[in-house]
Ligand binder design. Structure first.
Ligand SMILES: [Zn+2]
Ligand SMILES: [Zn+2]
Length: 243
């Protein structure tokens, strides 16, 4: 199972092909904004006949993957059109209606507070749960979307919550309605949900590593001030987390 097709999917493709086995995967798309789909043309398994990809998630996710080739990258921007790809790539459209079962795992979706919408995911396998919510605004005043309490219910007792934490509380006052959250709101959600671990995600592109480390310190201070039991860190490329 792979979430989204941003720039990171390029190195994932190379890694998957190293095994020499055919690539079969579920690609779950949160939404079709550029930063979540622009890596797809550079995902090497899509150029192989033995690859099978089932696409689910937000209703316009599959359309977004097609559009990244056909409306933007074709016609002189990219040498390949979507229908020329060798892999079998099929839309499923299940999670909008009911949980998607993959082996022993169950994937459920929740609507996000984000311009043009989006979908967050909860993955359950045996007694382990992972919740992924990015491009989500947790401002409790933001109508008419879901409230923090709805997301806390969705993420209840999860082993790992990955949540959007693009801004600081100072920065977000100018950026309400942009569909992102602060690290403080992400901590608030994780504590309300009783999550074991939180990874701050969707870092602002202008942020340096040192600034990210500072945000993590501030987030940990919030947890300490609340006497919470929550491991907080910044999501980073290549990290492996065992649930
Ligand atoms: Zn977005
Ligand atoms: Zn985004």
């Amino acid at each position: 199972m792979v979430i989204d097709a941003g720039s990171g999917i390029r190195s994932l493709g190379d890694e998957l092909l190293k095994s020499g086995q055919p690539v079969y995967l579920y690609l779950l798309i949160t939404h079709s904004h550029w930063d979540h789909i622009l890596g797809f043309p550079f995902f090497a398994p899509i150029y192989r006949r033995d690859t099978k990809i089932w696409v689910d998630g937000c209703p316009r996710g599959f359309w977004g993957l097609e559009a990244v080739f056909d409306s933007h990258q074709a016609n002189g921007f990219f040498p390949v059109a979507f229908n020329e790809l060798q892999a079998q790539i099929q839309p499923l459209g299940i999670i909008t209606h009911r949980p998607l079962k993959i082996g022993e795992a169950v994937v459920e979706g929740i609507e996000l507070n984000h311009p043009q919408g989006g979908m967050g995911f909860r993955f359950r396998e045996k007694d382990h749960t992972f919740v992924f919510l990015t491009d989500n605004e947790l401002d409790p005043q933001a109508p008419p979307g879901k409230q923090l309490i709805d997301y806390a219910y969705f993420a209840q007792g999860c082993d790992l919550l990955v949540h959007d934490a693009q801004y600081t509380p100072e920065e977000i006052t100018e950026r309400r309605g942009w569909g992102h959250s602060t690290y403080a709101e992400a901590v608030e959600l994780a504590l309300s949900a009783g999550a074991r671990r939180l990874r701050l995600f969707h870092h602002d592109p202008a942020r340096s590593d040192a600034q990210i480390r500072e945000l993590v310190c501030q987030a940990r201070n919030l947890v300490t001030a609340r006497h919470g039991h929550l491991e907080v860190d910044a999501a980073r490329e290549g990290e492996v987390i065992a649930l």
